[in-house]
Design a protein around this ligand. Structure first.
Ligand code: 3H9
Length: 693
């Protein structure tokens, strides 16, 4: 018997207990151990019912992702599941934690299911560019009907134990200890001579072509550029076209095909990278984070409010300090309105909202931050104002309290100097809206204490963010790379590409939005202010491409005024803006620019390679410790399509020699100033390596 599965018996009841930390994935040892257990159970006439359950924090959370793409060792999961399903004596899955993917499929192949009340069920395969490959698309509809199956299989959404019970996916919810309850259930089944009960013998629910059609449309709209959800939907249909056993074979073949797709490879890379960034290189594993029992936020504009909501939303008390009573009332009113709307939509209970509101201590006096363990500063993005705030924070907070700035591009070292407590100072850069966006760029200066780094990484996770560590530089990872795309976008417009053509290319690549539509959404005034703050270091060509300033001067600030690069109707639906054409033509005439046709490939390469090259600089300078940080930050902060794996992974797939050759071509056409290749890119391309290798 494999060490990962223990086989025990007690009278007529057998138990196969899986123990494969951390998440009981069906690694080779688990599959072999289960196969052995099934044979022993089948071969012993004294045994009447077998329980399959797991030690540790969860039932099987899926197939072992780390084994994908490697040669199969021992029986594959579908084979083990087939053996379970075919048993002539009943089996009971006793599930808890996150019963996901292959784990959910394993449970569905057992004949009866009992769940701990806190269990979550789901098929996250689509998030890895896959579809369930061990019967999920065939057993689920037979047990739970089409609508639930389509929702589970195509979105990766999870359901709770109650919903699983109501939909027929589990038979019972355990009261008290799960293992005890499972044993009692198994005894009941044994005593009543309950039959083996394969979901495969049930009929498919009545076909509903309209529902399939509707789902195809929803997938095309909401999961643009992702092949897996559509494949998963088509796999459900197999149940109507062929017998159960054949449908299982076909489903598995589709899953294997998906595993070898570039999208799945990229999404699996993202899964691993998102976990890798939590482990900061060079930080001793035993370093103790400082305790954070109470936090503070100073500055309650849109960002400060979002940060306050994220902290209180995670159950952590937070003192929220505004400039004066008027700002405080406005901020608290806005927070109440946002949470109130979640309550109205049924996404949050009134009790939860009340609890969260009660965690916020309101103040207009920075001295009230004397008892907090961590302060996040989110005042106006002005270095002089922030310096004053940091000097005050250095005095009013207790020694050892962490002082973090939410600045997007100001120098945190300057703030560290102002505080007089440089080792306690760091950046915590949230993305707008801060209570929603997952990415958190944590910034360490050369003087930030290691335990401060450990604390902000840990705190980020506690407030349900995805913290990524960056060093100090202008714009950190995301905004620094984005600024290169924006610059190239303006240059492309000056050269003759229309904002709509550029947006279309970016959208087809897989971004949720093109750069010009994004500018209109964020507000052209905001973009103009950012350009102004960087004017001192901008080139003459960058300053000349002053489209944003022209629109702002004409009172067109984007969506909020109904006009920007696009015009907007009352429902904020965008359409072509003839004024934009006029502005571009007049601009060309004024500066004697010749407009030319620019192909989609050039548009894409200019925009994305500009970011890749900057990413290589960020990596080469050590601002990002690894390429993982860059990919994770760009996917979660800017919407860089996850199916590409992020800019650095994507460039590796193309081949850095090819990327470099194109950058050299742009350099010859556009000049050294914008296209000098990053030294790291040149070095890796020469060595025929990638950023990751
Ligand atoms: C599948 O099942 C295909 C089948 O349909 C068909 C087959 C034929 N494998 O996330 P965490 C590791 S596809 C290997 O930080 P949490 C993870 O890398 C699979 N390792 O914890 C990390 O290790 P490390 C469908 C896995 O508590 C550690 O566990 N299943 C796997 O925040 C802790 O992870 C999924 O897609 C795995 N399947 O969340 C489930 N899962 O520390 C994916 C996790 O060395 N997993 N690890 O970096 C999850 O969603 C979350 O990990 C989970 C726990 C909710 C389970």
């Amino acid at each position: 018997m494999s060490e990962m599965v223990t086989f025990r018996t007690d009278g007529a009841i057998a138990e196969a207990v899986i123990d494969n930390p951390p998440v009981n994935a069906t690694s080779a040892g688990v599959r072999q151990g289960l196969a052995d257990a099934i044979e022993r159970f089948a071969g012993d006439p004294a045994l009447k019912v077998m329980i399959v359950r797991c030690e540790g924090r969860t039932f099987v959370a899926g197939a072992d992702i780390k084994e994908f793409g490697k040669p199969m060792v021992g029986p594959n999961l579908t084979k083990v599941i087939e053996m379970l399903d075919a048993l002539e004596k009943p089996t009971v899955a006793a599930v808890h934690g996150t019963t996901l993917g292959g784990g959910f499929e394993l449970a569905l192949a057992c004949h009866y299911r009992i769940a701990d009340p806190a269990t979550r069920f789901g098929f996250p395969e689509v998030k890895l560019g896959l579809l369930p490959g061990a019967g999920g698309t065939q057993r689920t509809p037979r047990l739970a009907g089409l609508a639930t199956t389509i929702d589970l299989v195509t979105t990766g959404k999870q359901i709770n134990a109650r919903k699983a019970l109501d939909s027929g996916l589990v038979d019972r919810i355990a009261e008290g200890d799960l293992a005890e309850a499972a044993r009692a259930y198994a005894k009941e089944l044994a005593e009543s001579n309950a039959p083996a009960r394969s979901a495969g013998t049930l009929p498919m629910p009545e076909d509903d072509p309209a529902l399939f059609e509707e789902s195809r449309k929803t997938i095309a709209r909401k999961m643009r550029g992702q092949p897996a959800p559509l494949l998963a939907l088509e796999a459900i249909r197999l149940g109507y076209d062929m017998p159960f056993a054949q449908a299982l074979e076909r489903e598995y073949a589709m899953c294997l095909e998906a595993i070898s797709s570039p999208e799945s490879k990229a999404l699996r890379h993202v899964f691993a990278a998102e976990r890798q960034v939590a482990k900061v290189p060079g930080l001793a594993a035993d370093i103790e984070p400082r305790k954070v029992d109470k936090a503070g936020v100073i500055g309650l504009g849109a960002m400060g409010r979002g940060i306050t909501m994220a902290i209180a939303g995670a159950g952590i008390p937070v003192t929220a300090v505004a400039l004066d009573e008027e700002h405080l009332a406005k901020a608290m009113g806005a927070i109440e309105k946002m949470w109130g709307s979640s309550v109205k939509k049924g996404r949050m209970s009134q009790e939860q909202m009340d609890r969260q509101m009660a965690l916020i201590t309101r103040s207009t006096n920075p001295a009230d931050l004397a008892d907090v363990d961590l302060v996040i500063e989110a005042v106006t993005e002005d270095i002089d104002i922030k310096k004053v705030v940091f000097a005050e924070l250095g005095k009013v907070t207790r020694p050892g309290a962490i002082l973090a700035s939410n600045t997007s591009f100001l120098n945190i070292d300057t703030l560290a100097d102002a505080s007089g407590r440089a080792e306690d100072v760091c950046g915590m850069h949230f993305f707008n809206p801060a209570h929603v966006m997952r990415l958190l760029e944590n910034v360490r200066t050369a003087r930030t204490a290691p335990d401060v780094v450990a604390t902000i990484m840990n705190f980020g996770k506690r407030i349900k963010k995805l913290p990524v560590l960056s060093g100090v530089c202008d714009g950190f990872i995301v905004n620094r790379m984005l600024s290169k795309r924006s610059r190239e976008g303006f240059f492309l417009v000056e050269e003759g590409a229309s904002p709509e053509a550029i947006d279309k290319v970016v959208l087809s690549f897989g971004f949720p939005m093109g750069p010009f539509a994004l500018g209109d959404l964020a507000g052209l005034d905001v973009q103009a202010a950012a350009r102004k703050s960087r004017a001192a270091t901008a080139s003459a060509r960058e300053l000349r491409a002053d489209f944003v300033e022209q629109m702002v001067a004409a009172g067109n600030l984007g969506q909020k005024t109904g006009s920007g690069w696009y015009v907007y109707d009352e429902n904020r639906k965008a359409s072509h803006n003839p004024e934009t054409d006029k502005m571009i033509a007049a601009h060309a005439e004024k500066h004697g620019l010749k407009l030319r046709e620019i192909g989609e490939e050039e548009i894409l390469q200019r925009l994305i390679y500009a970011m890749v090259n900057e990413g290589a600089k960020i990596l080469g300078e050590g601002v990002a410790p690894r390429p993982h940080e860059i990919d994770v930050a760009m996917i979660n902060g800017l919407g860089f399509p996850a199916t590409t794996g992020g800019p650095m992974f994507w460039a590796d797939q193309i081949g850095l020699d090819k990327v470099l050759a194109t950058i050299e071509k742009f350099r010859a056409e556009q000049g050294d100033e914008y296209w000098t290749p990053a030294p790291l890119l040149v070095e890796r391309a020469k060595e025929a390596k990638g950023f990751y290798a």
